[in-house]
Ligand binder design. Structure first.
Ligand code: UGA
Length: 437
């Protein structure tokens, strides 16, 4: 049984920790934040993630998972040390590596025996080599440790599923011994099929950025196609559906919307661009994906203003959905932020409602009214905007909503509301790239 310490109990660290425990390893999730560790030990989670609470409790009970704020002690007890701390956007779009390097320092101070150091955090290409040098400077014995880049491909909202049934697991290392240990960590996965790929460290680091950027690019592409559909009278859903039938294209990540958000795509695109600039390699497609996404966010605001014939001052508007996507309470880089701030600056009064993300948005925006239920949020408003594709919004009682509103404007930025119904009830509406009834 591998003994593993995960350093960093954020989103990635927690899911990785519990996932590795579920695979039969003995895992300590470690963090300097004592309050967080105390809460986690008593089963209180700092994030919302489908199924996570149950599986954490199960693995604690089965003695495979524990939490500790003593990082040093956790490292000393383990053979595999996973770095899962944040790499937020720093200067000029570059990833801020200070947390990763300070963890590498702590590891280097506590190598009592052979350790396998694994990076899960998304780090710029070349970071692995720097981490090796940093540890080696102190340890001065390359036989005492090995290094692996093991990027994560977890989607918030389905992260556990993504961990337990991954499309691929990338193990970037130049050591056969390290590769074998990692195969063992992921052992249950290759009993039936083998999603494990062995690469160099740099290739593994690149795979992460290349994958995220490609998905972001795909979304920006379909968003621009949607905008053109509006201009030429075509329906983007039919276009995307037909495109997706082509196996070379696939229908995944081909849903138009209000622009992508979250803690990964926006940050990773900027980081990749910055890496390409530092290496004098032009990446016009990545640059374009960022510009197109910013435009898409602005376009949603323009759409709403157009529905009000250009005059939104003193209107009251309900924003349904604050999270950057459904099934998470994460609001980082959410398109709702741009929508709300733009409207507020134009003198609009906002009623906001999200099934679970009100609290998170409240930490960033406090000059709007938050509601804990949809009915109250739409009361007396001039317009309604759907910003997140929550299931609750897919089956709205539109007649009831209209009867509570003082106006009849409806903007569906996720294309989840029936246009037939909207028009038959008498809404003046818009969405993204569809032929209106
Ligand atoms: C993303 C990747 O999908 C994961 O594989 C990766 O591991 C993760 O980043 C990361 O680097 O940690 P995540 O940010 O959780 O995961 O969310 P996604 O499901 O990828 O959605 C990102 C954004 O794109 C959301 O705002 C979503 O609404 C939007 N989106 C997604 C669309 O507008 N259209 C689509 O077709 C798909």
């Amino acid at each position: 049984m591998n003994k593993i310490t995960i350093i960093g109990t954020g989103y990635v660290g927690l899911v990785t920790g519990v996932g590795m425990a579920e695979f039969g390893n003995k895992v300590i999730c470690s963090d300097i934040d004592k309050t967080k560790i105390n809460s986690l030990s008593s089963g209180i989670l700092p994030i919302y993630e489908l199924g996570l609470e149950e599986i954490i409790k199960k693995n604690i009970k089965d003695n495979r998972l524990s939490f500790s704020s003593n990082i040093k002690e956790s490292i000393l007890k383990s053979d595999v040390i996973v770095i899962a701390v944040g790499t937020p956007q720093g200067e000029n779009g570059q990833a801020d590596m200070s947390f990763v390097y300070s963890v590498a320092e702590i590891i280097s101070d506590n190598i009592n025996d052979y350790k396998l150091v694994v990076t899960k955090s998304t780090v710029p290409i070349g970071s692995g080599k720097r981490i090796i040098d940093l540890i080696n400077d102190k340890v001065d014995n390359r036989k005492l440790f090995d290094y692996v880049s093991n990027p994560e491909f977890l989607r918030e909202g389905s992260a556990l599923k993504d961990f337990l049934w991954p499309d691929r697991v990338i193990i970037g290392t130049d050591s056969e011994k390290a590769y074998e240990i990692m195969r063992n960590v992921y052992r249950p996965l290759y009993i039936n099929k083998n999603p494990i790929m062995h690469t160099s460290i740099e290739t593994a680091e690149m795979i992460k950025y290349a994958s995220n950027s490609f998905l972001a690019l795909k979304i920006s592409y379909i968003n621009e196609i949607a905008n053109l559909c509006e201009a030429v009278g075509a329906d983007v859903h039919k276009v995307a559906n037909a495109m997706g039938q082509d196996g070379r294209i696939s229908d995944k990540f081909l849903h138009p919307g209000p622009g992508f958000g979250g803690s990964c795509f926006p940050k990773d695109l900027e980081a990749l661009l910055s890496i390409s600039e530092n290496n004098n390699v032009k990446m016009k497609t990545v640059e374009a994906a960022i510009i197109a996404n910013n435009n898409q966010k602005k376009r949603m605001v323009e759409k709403l203003i157009n529905l009000f014939d250009g005059d939104v001052k003193n209107k009251k508007i309900a924003i349904l959905g604050l999270a950057f996507k459904a099934n998470t309470d994460d609001v980082r880089e959410s398109s709702s932020i741009n929508m709300i701030n733009s409207l507020v600056s134009k003198g609009v009064s906002i009623n906001a409602y999200d099934p679970i993300a009100n609290n998170e948005m409240g930490k960033i925006i406090n000059n709007i009214n938050y509601f804990d239920n949809l009915d109250d949020a739409v009361n007396n408003v001039d317009g309604v905007v759907v910003m997140t594709e929550w299931n609750e919004f897919r089956s709205l009682d539109l007649k009831k909503i209209k009867s509570k509103m003082s106006g009849n404007i409806f903007l569906d930025t996720r294309n989840i509301i029936s246009m037939d119904e909207l028009s038959s009830i008498g809404f003046v509406y818009d969405n993204v790239g569809r032929i209106k009834k």
